[in-house]
Design a protein around this ligand. Structure first.
Ligand code: ADP
Ligand code: MG
Length: 322
């Protein structure tokens, strides 16, 4: 049986454990961050609990990736560059066969974003993974939820609804053939945080949020915090191949309310359309204009002809029950 200290040394301590902005990493009572003059620190915490946020027995490598990805996604939504993170881990037992792939999934994504594991806590308990990330950005430049303005375009990155489609298959609400399931499941298990995109949108976008709980709810936070409303074109929502093959109701439901997408939804002045499209090309991320910010509060769904759309709420409720 590994002791807590052996476990940290073996799986979570790197020889090069400090980047420029991390003055002191794992091993002392606190880590030390050294923010640059003129920067603000962006800080976010997300907790993943077995049975609630992931299935018991989930693949540890994918889990390691996902628990950091969802935190990096919050940094992306503020336009912050990743600096460091801490990892609080409750483990039922210290099993190297689980810890090795978990650490590998976690630290590969951390390395890809130069985000240093700077500390944490380890205890015995029901499997729970809690990460706090620290990012940096020039003071005053953060993409907040409360800055959407009347007349702004509403944009979304990537494609929506695939993670929810995979979940529907696992819950036997629908049946996907193996190829489509593999595509949708990859989006569910290994989300891509839009880190470069978020930073490129600073000074171009007015407001932003990452879509973790479903587009309608998350865009709703921007609207509420900004004191505005919106019209959303339900038939312009970007969806992947697997979801495109589903019927209209399910397609709209999952794209609008699915959750676990980890795409960025942001608003920006129409004058910035060309610059935003250029950012999409530079970062290799599909960007789609899906609606417009309006002064009248509330969210109105319209079809391509501009007619109001009522999404079938019985299926919506059915599919959105936790
Ligand atoms: P303390 O008792 O002072 O809280 P710990 O014994 O819990 O210290 O941790 C020792 C060192 O190991 C600290 O620097 C802490 O940040 C780090 N650490 C503990 N658990 C983890 C973990 N899961 N991942 C990374 N670092 C960790
Ligand atoms: Mg401790």
């Amino acid at each position: 049986m590994l002791s807590e200290f052996d476990l940290i040394a073996r799986f979570f301590t790197r020889t090069d454990a400090s980047g420029g902005a991390v003055a002191l990493g794992i091993g002392d009572d606190c880590a030390l961050l050294a923010p640059l003059p003129g920067d603000e620190l962006a800080i976010s915490t997300d907790m993943l609990v077995e049975g609630r946020h992931f299935f018991p027995g989930a693949d540890p490598e994918a889990l390691g990736h996902k628990c950091l990805a969802v935190n990096l996604s919050d940094l992306a939504a503020m336009g912050a560059a990743p600096v460091a993170f801490t990892l609080a881990l409750a483990l039922p037992h210290s099993d190297p066969a689980w810890l090795a792939p978990f650490a590998s999934g976690l630290l590969s994504l951390a390395d890809a974003h130069q985000c240093v594991l700077a500390g944490g806590d380890t205890t015995r308990g029901p499997l729970t993974i809690c990460i706090t990330v620290f990012g940096r950005l020039p003071a005053g430049d953060a993409l907040r939820r409360d800055k959407a303005r009347e007349g702004d375009d509403i944009w979304v990155s990537g494609e929506l609804g695939d993670a929810r489609l995979a979940l529907a298959h696992y819950r036997k609400e629908t049946v996907l053939d193996p190829n489509l399931l593999a595509m949708a499941a990859a989006r569910m298990h290994r989300p891509t945080p839009r880190v470069a995109l978020g930073q490129a949108l600073r000074r171009l976008a007015h407001a932003a949020i990452d879509v973790s709980d479903g587009l309608i709810g998350d865009l709703g936070h921007i609207l509420a915090r900004s004191g505005v409303g919106a019209s959303l074109h339900v038939d312009r929502l970007p969806i992947g191949q697997a979801l495109a093959l589903q019927d209209t109701d399910l397609r709209r439901c999952f794209a609008l309310g699915g959750g676990d997408d980890y795409e960025l939804c942001f608003t920006a002045a129409p004058a910035n359309r060309a610059s935003i499209e250029a950012v999409g090309h530079q970062t290799g991320v599909r960007l789609t204009r899906i609606g417009i910010i309006e002064p009248l509060p509330g969210l109105r769904l319209v079809d391509d002809a501009g007619k109001p759309v009522l999404v079938n709420t019985s299926s919506f409720d059915h599919f959105s029950t936790p």
